[in-house]
Design a protein. Sequence first.
Length: 188
Amino acid sequence: MRIAALISGSGTTLQNLIDRQVGEIVGVVASRPGIAGIARAALAGLPHCVVARHNKMTPEQHSELIFDAVRGWNPDIVCLCGWLTLLQIPSDFAGRVLNIHPSLLPSFGGRGMYGPRVHQAVLDAGCKVSGCTVHLADSAYDTGRILVQKCVSVRDGDTAESLGVRVFAAECDAYPEAICQVDKARAG
């Protein structure tokens, strides 16, 4: 399975895929320069580039540039690894873009819901469980067919940070599981 990864930050999800040797990561696109995820890609010897969105660029134009870069690596799938920019997924990648989100979708998803914001919203709502979701991405935030969900208990005294650590541990298992599902479906 040839994987292109899209990153917007520290690259911990990318690092998880590298460490677990899930498929072959053929390239990495970063949404902005200077992020830690670029250093992770470089250290792993992965081809990478930055495709930043400029003020006058529409989401469609930005997405077109991103997928032009991705096509150069000829991936089987694209994994959004903490990607924060809304994508317009072209028809040739429909059903081939996976996203991971740090909640049990459809709860606590949507524009602006990422990282500690999600975990704080879970705590503020008084939920007893949280978790993560891997889904097929479409051209909206955090929608698309769910492939894998993992539950994590919310503990008394949890903070957004402490809950986030346990949710990320679940993500480390969920993303490889979803990628293997997609690979088996392609082969089957």
